[in-house]
Design a protein around this ligand. Structure first.
Ligand SMILES: [Ca+2]
Ligand SMILES: [Ca+2]
Ligand SMILES: [Ca+2]
Length: 270
């Protein structure tokens, strides 16, 4: 004797065993409204997160005046990091961090024909489009010592933007457009090289750098490695946002009936 099994009823029993969504008891229009709100919250969160990653944190923008020179970007205008400093045969004043931040009378002696490379991390220096100075170097000590100044976008290719003419000297990047400087480019590296002759004794050999500040302060530029990580992170985030949107029943080409707010039902089996 052959027994036939009603597979249709068995399938229906399996489906009815799954707990119904809590929203299933709500009218369809309330479920649609709830899904719409959820989608907008997700979109807002995605937008806020992307904005937070793309827009650099606001640096201190309280203008300050140093030696009579106004720096509208405030403390952020000054160099932030020592990149390269071969310690000269100077017994004292050999700490290169003295050249960072707002000049305060402390300085680093870079040695006769010595050099110092600094970097802007929360800002950059760029052109102003005018013959006004865009960058200042503060040289200290009791004797003025001439320096050559270079700027760079990568710390490898350098553009000479002049020599100092006094302990505190301004440099106009626009004067070197056509000689390496590209208008509007944010330069983040600064290289200072002491120029002969030697004006001081061994203990204060070479130029004494107190600080470097950008008058025309531009946006910060992330390091290449940081930029790559940021790009990877943004790609992943964009993918997550797309998947969230795709899963949302509102705006989908074909909403899933298994989600609250689905716009159609499976036909009932009898
Ligand atoms: Ca800075
Ligand atoms: Ca200028
Ligand atoms: Ca000096």
């Amino acid at each position: 004797m052959i027994h036939f099994v009603n597979t249709s009823r068995a399938t229906m029993a399996t489906r009815t065993a799954v707990p119904a969504p809590r929203t299933a008891c709500l009218p369809a229009r309330f479920r649609l409204a709830g899904a719409r709100v959820a989608r907008r919250v997700r979109a807002a969160l995605c937008g806020a997160l992307l904005a937070g990653l793309l827009v650099p944190a606001a640096a201190s923008a309280v203008p300050i005046v140093v030696d009579g020179i106004p720096f509208n970007a405030g403390e952020a205008a000054f160099a932030d990091e020592v990149v390269f400093f071969p310690i000269p045969p100077s017994v004292t004043n050999s700490d290169p961090s003295a050249a960072l931040g707002i000049p305060d009378g402390d300085f680093v002696s870079i040695g006769t024909e010595g050099e110092l490379v600094l970097r802007f991390t929360d800002n950059s220096v760029t052109t102003s489009g005018t013959p006004n100075d865009d960058l200042y170097v503060f040289e200290g000590g009791s004797v003025f010592e001439e320096i050559q100044l270079f700027v760079s976008t990568d710390g490898a290719s350098w553009i000479h933007v002049g020599n100092s003419t006094a302990s505190t000297t301004g440099f106009d990047l626009d004067a070197f457009v056509g000689s390496g400087i590209v208008p509007g480019t944010p330069y983040t590296y600064v290289r200072i090289v002491d120029v002969l002759p030697e004006e001081s004794n061994l203990f204060f050999a070479g130029a004494d750098i107190e600080g470097v500040g950008a008058i025309t302060s531009g946006p910060p530029v992330p390091e290449p490695g940081v930029g790559l990580l940021l790009a990877i992170g943004l790609t992943g985030l964009a993918g997550s946002c797309t998947r969230w949107r795709a899963r949302s029943p509102i705006g989908s080409a074909k909403p899933s009936p298994s989600q609250p707010g689905g716009s159609f039902r499976e036909p009932r089996e009898r």
